[in-house]
Structures are given as structure tokens and as C-alpha cells.
Design a protein around this ligand. Structure first.
Ligand code: 13P
Length: 337
């Protein structure tokens, strides 16, 4: 298939109404942290068991269009001995892969960080594609303080995101471009809006410079909220602040905006997405690409025991279904049961 058609067909599958993306691409240290919280030691076998269980939840494909995998999982088999990417395809779900190599301090910019992984990216993408991945994810982070992020952090991070996006598209892989403005801190919602606007503006300048086809990418941003050390803002305020920034900075050609949950509770992430979808018609599909907000209840239900598999599957299905409803603004707290 020509590359443009390949990209268009993957985008089409990913942005279906009522559906969103499950981010299950935690690196080893991150998944170890999540497992420790439910009293489980993170081993390769336990990671395989847990991820295999949640991906095979019956009917997950009704609400989840794509799953972002970590490299290890892309090469693993399910508990029924089916390669994980094939098992996802059998559920009607597109397999994707996290391709950045994590972040480190940005030299000469105290407090800022930069994401690594561009070296050898093409070769790795070829391998991942052969293993069944059809889309990729790369995350850059921006810290907020009175002085952060610095100008060089905003520019350097935007540049790496754009270079990653261009490489992905050249190989027929849809890039999820993730500039995460971190929730850590005691900043106001107005300060978050100011930083988010500067970051998104720079990201789209860089994407244009590298000729990334906006029609064939997905944006994975954070919502505009107060810092996590401040009282929470009501969903309507989050939605209004988020949309105001996005209307100024995100071109209408971008087909989908799939938010990260970034430390919001599962219920909060669903409520906020729902509010975003009750504010009238937008040029982009507003959906989710949640990690913690989809998986937390499932991890608690599983607690490392195979016999808890059905309960874990029920828990992830519930969050997926409720976020699916939030895609059309039809979620209400009563549905939490
Ligand atoms: P959270 O929804 O837990 O923030 O994770 C999404 C993600 O993929 C971060 O890179």
C-alpha cells in the first residue's frame, strides 16, 4: 500500500467515534512503581500476565481503537500463546509502540529536560513495523515554575518532536506527538494556559518546518489545569481553558486530540473529557490516550493474582466504556454505578 494510504487508513481506525487509545507503554521503572502500589513485584512474566489479561478483556475493541505498547510487550505472547500485536488485531485494536528513549536534563537549562531516542530511530521503526506496530508515541515534558520552561527547552523539545514525527511518517507509521506540560507544582490554571499556548505554538511551528502532514498525526497533550498542589478546577473551567488554548494553536487539519491523564484520577479524567465534548462542535475529535486513568482500577483488581483476571478485565472495560461515552459528552457520574 502507498505510504499515504497506509497513514490515512491507520488514522481512520484510530479516531473512530466512541473510542480512544489505551497507553500501556510504561517503561520498566514506571510499571515497577505501579505494580509496587498493588503489592506486586515487576518481573517479565508478571508484566506479560497483567498486560495480556487487560488486552484480552472481552469487547475491549468496542471502546479502545489502539494500544500503545512498550518494546518488551510488542515481542511477547499472550497467555494463550498468541503474539500480543496479533491478539490486539483480533480484538479490532491497532497496535502501537512507544519509541522515545526517555528524558534527561537539558544542558545549560537548569530544571528543564529533553527527550532522547532520535539516533537509530528509523532502524527501530522498521523492526517495530515488522512486528505489527502501525503507530508510534514519543513524549516530551515541560516543567512549569515561575521561570520554567526556558525558551531553549520549548524550542529544543518542539524540534525533537517534529523530527520524530517526520521519520515516522516517512515509514508509514502514524506519529502520536506528545508534548506534556506537567501538572506538578502550585501554578494557577492561567499559568498552565500560558505555558501550554507557548509550547503548542512552538510544536506546530516545528512540525511545519519538518513538513509533518498534520492530517496523518495525532496530538497527545495535557489538559489545561491548575498545578496538582492547588485546589482542582471544575470540569467546565478545565474544558474552557483547554479549548481556548487549542483553538489558538492547533490547526484544524489535525484529526484527533487524544489527551493524556497526567495524574488526574480516573473519574476526573473522564469528567474533564466529557466536559470538553459538551462545548459545541470542534475541528478535531477530542478523545483520550490514558495510561493511569484507564489502568489504575484494573491494577488494583488484579493485585498480581491470575484468578483476579476477570475482575481486572471488568475494571478496564468499565473505564474504557465510560471514557467512550465522554467522547460524545454523554457521560454522567451516575454511570459510575
Ligand atoms: P497517563 O495517562 O498516565 O498520563 O499516561 C499517558 C502516557 O502515555 C504518558 O506518556
Amino acid at each position: 500500500m502507498p505510504i499515504q494510504d497506509e497513514l490515512a487508513s491507520t488514522i481512520q481506525r484510530l479516531i473512530q467515534p466512541g473510542q480512544g487509545i489505551l497507553a500501556a507503554d510504561e517503561s520498566h521503572p514506571t510499571i515497577a512503581k505501579r505494580f509496587t502500589a498493588v503489592g506486586v513485584e515487576s518481573t517479565e512474566e508478571k508484566r506479560r500476565e497483567y498486560r495480556s489479561l487487560i488486552f484480552s478483556a472481552p469487547g475491549l475493541g468496542e471502546f479502545i481503537s489502539g494500544v500503545i505498547l512498550f518494546e518488551e510487550t510488542l515481542g511477547q505472547q499472550s497467555l494463550d500463546k498468541v503474539p500480543i500485536p496479533a491478539m490486539l488485531e483480533n480484538q479490532g485494536i491497532v497496535p502501537g509502540i512507544k519509541v522515545d528513549k526517555g528524558k534527561k536534563p537539558l544542558v545549560n537549562a537548569p530544571g528543564d529536560e529533553i527527550t532522547f531516542g532520535l539516533d537509530g530511530l528509523e532502524d527501530r521503526l522498521e523492526i517495530y513495523k515488522n512486528q505489527g506496530a502501525r503507530f508510534a508515541k514519543w513524549r516530551n515534558v515541560f516543567h512549569i515554575s515561575a521561570t520554567l520552561p526556558s525558551r531553549q527547552a520549548v524550542e529544543a523539545n518542539a524540534e525533537t518532536l517534529a523530527r520524530y514525527g517526520a521519520v515516522c511518517q516517512s515509514l508509514g507509521i502514524v506519529p502520536i506527538v506528545e508534548p506534556e506540560v506537567l501538572i506538578d507544582g502550585d501554578h494557577s490554571i492561567e499559568r498552565c494556559a500560558e505555558v501550554s499556548e507557548a509550547v503548542l505554538r512552538e510544536v506546530f511551528i516545528a512540525l511545519a518546518r519538518h513538513r509533518v502532514a498534520l492530517e496523518h498525526m495525532i496530538l497527545k497533550p495535557s489538559m489545561v489545569t491548575p498545578g496538582k498542589d492547588c485546589p482542582k478546577a471544575p470540569p467546565e473551567q478545565v474544558a474552557e481553558a483547554t479549548l481556548a488554548v487549542f483553538r489558538r494553536t492547533v490547526p484544524a487539519a489535525v484529526p484527533g486530540i487524544n489527551f493524556l491523564s497526567g495524574g488526574q484520577t480516573p473519574e476526573e479524567a473522564t469528567e474533564n473529557l466529557n466536559a470538553l465534548n459538551t462545548m459545541g462542535t470542534q475541528p478535531w475529535a477530542l478523545s483520550f490516550s490514558y495510561g493511569r486513568a484507564l489502568q489504575e482500577p484494573a491494577q488494583k483488581a488484579w493485585a498480581g493474582k491470575l484468578e483476579n483476571g476477570p475482575a481486572a478485565q471488568e475494571a478496564i472495560l468499565k473505564r474504557a466504556r465510560l471514557n467512550g461515552a465522554a467522547r460524545s459528552g454523554t457521560y454522567s457520574a451516575i454511570m459510575e454505578g
